[in-house]
Design a protein around this ligand. Structure first.
Ligand code: BES
Ligand code: MN
Ligand code: ZN
Length: 466
């Protein structure tokens, strides 16, 4: 089934008082007492079928008439270092169709969000694969907030999961416009001759594709509110360009707009919550393709900032398009500037797929980002902007090269390259993320993932929330 557009079912909780089968969440410490509270037949059934309160273990308990009367779900030890705070997100994939409510959740809002995040399936091309278990809203949580965050996550995941043939620069623009319209934002787009003139790097990277490159510029909120700008890498597909990727490295490159998806998902949360900011989202949207007019290794390109850039490798395209967007961002001196990108394979080698790399020179920002990541269960790890490595980007004929040419410190040199284009913004954070769950984890189905969007929202909510 091919739908014209992605139509994810909006993640929603059932009313708190909806009739629902109880799911008792059981920790190593609470199991003895929980057993005592079960009716005797259910206790016997749980014991006979070998239930243990280990993380992720499940028991479906029948009532006297054989219907599903209660569920036991093991949390393991919530104090353990490896405890997964999104564990409840495993339940929608395990439970049958029906309505459920949680008992004993250590963090009910977090559990409800994990449930909704775990209910997501990418359904654009195939019907019937969705999860069927619904959750009644736990008492005392902000239902609208949880649903808003889950909807933004689903929106971003859909953008990433949608293959590049259906998610080119124009479709990324359409998604940004639709989002902006829902929240009363204004969206301006630069393309064609104006793009070539004003954003030469974005133009050069995207010109080889018949699907025109563009810069998407969304603004929202009161003009006088603190300025927060999010910049997201929107490479609809990364072939590598003339420095063509081998097939195995190209296979997943529909996700090379994962930074744009993260920025847009964060924007959906921020606008939906009405945070007191003047939000700006900049998305350079291109396809890094191969054609006669493609930019070449050895070319020297102008940038919006005026710096000349020698192309050491056409596959280092993300930093080029981000550079021009960062120059525009910096021009209005935002109070906070954050950029998001699936920028380097090196970041994945260092930290693996689940832990985006974070770079900043601003110690206060580093602290609040780490804290927000913990709060939102959206972790990142800080890496150094080691200034002496900037010399690795020197060019003999231009102001700088887009790659270092050597095998070392690939994520750091990419981050240092970006800093050259926002040199005066102190509160500048750079996220180098993978944008993909290689295998399913609780609350994180296999496929596209909007890493750092929930972190961003938590960070801004702490600063600018009501
Ligand atoms: N989009 C890729 C980076 C990437 C690859 C992210 C795989 C996640 C998974 C980026 O445009 C790229 O190709 N980077 C090159 C840079 C190199 C040519 C300096 C890389 O990392 O190999
Ligand atoms: Mn590339
Ligand atoms: Zn790329």
């Amino acid at each position: 089934m091919i739908q014209a557009e992605t139509q994810a079912t909006t993640p929603a909780l059932l009313p708190g008082d909806a009739p629902a089968v109880p799911v008792t969440l059981i920790t190593a410490g609470s199991w003895a007492a929980a057993q005592g509270a079960l009716d005797p037949a259910q206790r016997t059934f749980a014991q006979a079928t070998g239930f243990e309160p280990k993380a992720g273990r499940l028991a479906l308990l029948p009532g006297p008439d054989g219907s599903l009367a209660r569920v036991l779900f093991g949390l393991g030890d919530p104090e353990a270092a490896a405890y997964d705070r999104l564990l409840v997100g495993k339940l929608p994939g395990l439970l049958p169709e029906g309505s459920f409510r949680l008992e004993g959740a250590p963090e009910p809002a977090e559990a409800a969000l994990a449930w909704l995040m775990g209910s997501y399936r990418f359904g654009r091309y195939r019907s019937g694969g969705g999860t069927k278990a619904r959750l009644a809203a736990p008492a005392g949580i902000d239902v609208a907030e949880v649903e808003r965050i889950a909807a933004a996550v689903a929106f971003g995941r859909d953008l990433i999961n949608t293959p590049a043939n259906a998610m080119g620069p124009a479709e990324i623009e359409a998604a940004a416009r639709a989002l902006g319209e829902r929240h009363g934002a204004s969206v301006a787009v630069t393309q064609g001759d104006a793009l070539a003139r004003e954003f030469p790097l974005i133009h050069a990277v995207g010109v080889a594709s018949p699907r025109a490159p563009r810069l998407i510029d969304l603004t929202w909120g009161e003009a006088a509110a603190p300025r927060v700008t999010l910049v997201g890498k929107g490479v609809a597909f990364d072939t590598g360009g003339l420095d063509l990727k081998p097939s195995a490295a190209m296979l997943l490159m529909k996700k090379d707009m994962g930074g744009a998806a993260a920025a847009l998902a964060a924007a959906a949360m921020i606008m939906g919550a009405g945070l007191r900011v003047r939000l700006r989202v900049l998305i350079p949207a291109v396809e890094n393709a191969v054609a006669g007019d493609a930019f070449r290794p050895g070319d020297v390109l102008a940038s919006r900032a005026g710096l000349s850039v020698e192309i050491g490798n056409t596959d280092a395209e993300g930093r080029l398009i981000l550079a021009d967007a960062l120059t525009l961002a910096e021009a209005e001196s935002p109070e906070l500037l954050l950029d998001y990108s699936t920028l380097t394979g090196a970041a994945r080698v260092a930290l693996g797929p689940d832990l985006p790399a974070f770079f900043t020179e601003d110690e206060a920002l580093a602290g609040s980002v780490a804290e927000a990541g913990r709060r939102a269960v959206d972790p990142v790890w800080r890496m150094p902007l080691h200034a002496p490595y900037a010399s690795l980007l020197e060019s003999k004929i231009a102001d700088l090269n887009n790659v270092s040419g050597g095998p070392f410190a690939g994520a750091i040199t990419a981050a240092l390259f970006l800093r050259r284009f926002a040199p005066n913004t102190k509160a500048h954070g750079h996220f180098d993320l993978y944008g993909w769950n290689p295998s399913a984890k609780p609350g994180r189905p296999e496929g596209g993932e909007v890493q750092t969007a929930r972190l961003t929202y938590a960070l801004l909510k702490a600063r600018y929330g009501a």
